[in-house]
Design a protein around this ligand. Structure first.
Ligand code: A2P
Length: 273
């Protein structure tokens, strides 16, 4: 399926498959292993995990066991949001790297600009400190690209003003009705790839009647319409599922939403956000 093998290019020339398999909330062990194997079997070549998800070891094992050559799989992992010191970042990267056991990672992200227990708190200095470690890891080839997650325009501006490498990607919560226009525009202007996590609003979009109507017109499922919408906006979707049929369905998005249908979806604000 072209949607699984087509790529976006990051500003440094590294290519990244246009749909990633999200593993947030998939428990470590058999669940994460089976879901990752199912995604690879379905043709996904981009897996998104994080140290904080606690499932890197199972994801890594699934990739190794899959028989898919390592260089054909794009692996993203993330520095826990709570870590805002250089030493902490170095140590966390080593834990992720050995947990995955896949050699260099493809994309390493700061999970959030603030610890989850203090959303919105000011950690500008800490983000700059850890970003310098990211730059070292990038220069050393331990990760092929570096980026951030949950950063808004102010967070991005503060970081780029004080560091050398502009993030290659910003992974944010992005779905129909929650399209983060300011951050998305900032990233587009500077060649930063926007990745959308929770493209189905963690399931919240599935009962939306407007999207159901669009899906009916297209002969597609709501999930497929919601995921396709991101692709047509140049945003990389990271759908998550533990169900093999859904894992396949979410990647079967080689169709085109008409301009009229995109306009209908654009007009949905605040849906399930
Ligand atoms: P499950 O993992 O049981 O398949 P998001 O990607 O926005 O985080 O949404 C993930 C949620 O949506 C999960 O609860 C997942 O359930 C569900 N989901 C994923 N894909 C589909 C689909 N194609 N149809 C219905 N529900 C889906």
């Amino acid at each position: 399926m072209p949607a699984l093998t087509d790529t976006f290019s990051l500003a440094n020339g590294v290519t990244i498959p246009k749909i990633g398999f999200g593993t947030w909330q998939i428990p470590d062990g058999q669940a994460a292993y089976d879901a990752t194997r199912a995604a690879l079997d379905a043709g996904y070549r981009h897996i998104d995990t994080a140290l904080a998800y606690g499932n890197e070891a199972s994801v890594g094992r699934a990739v190794r066991d899959s028989g898919v050559p390592r260089e054909e799989v794009f692996i993203t992992t993330k520095l826990p949001a709570e870590v805002k010191t250089a030493d902490g970042a170095r140590e966390a990267f080593e834990r992720s790297s050995s947990g995955l056991g896949l050699g260099p990672v493809d994309l390493y992200l700061i999970h959030a600009p603030w610890p989850w227990s203090e959303i919105g708190s000011d950690h500008r200095a800490g983000n700059i400190e850890v970003w310098k470690v990211f730059e070292e890891l990038y220069e050393a080839g331990r990760t092929r690209s570096i980026g951030v997650s949950n950063f808004d325009v102010d967070d991005l501006e503060s970081l780029v003003a004080a560091t050398d490498v502009v993030p290659h990607a910003d992974q944010i919560r992005w779905f129909v009705g929650n399209t983060q226009p300011e951050t998305t525009a900032w990233c587009e202007q500077r060649g930063v790839l926007v990745e959308g996590y929770s493209p189905l609003a963690t399931g919240g979009l599935l009962d939306d009647q407007t999207i159901q109507q669009v899906a009916h017109r297209c002969g597609r499922s709501v999930a497929q319409v919601a995921i396709r919408y991101l692709l047509q906006k140049g945003v990389l979707p990271l759908p998550k599922s533990t169900t093999p049929t859904r894992i396949r369905e979410n990647a079967d998005v080689d169709f085109e939403l008409s301009a009229d249908d995109v306009a209908v979806l654009d007009a949905l604000h605040g849906t399930a956000s």
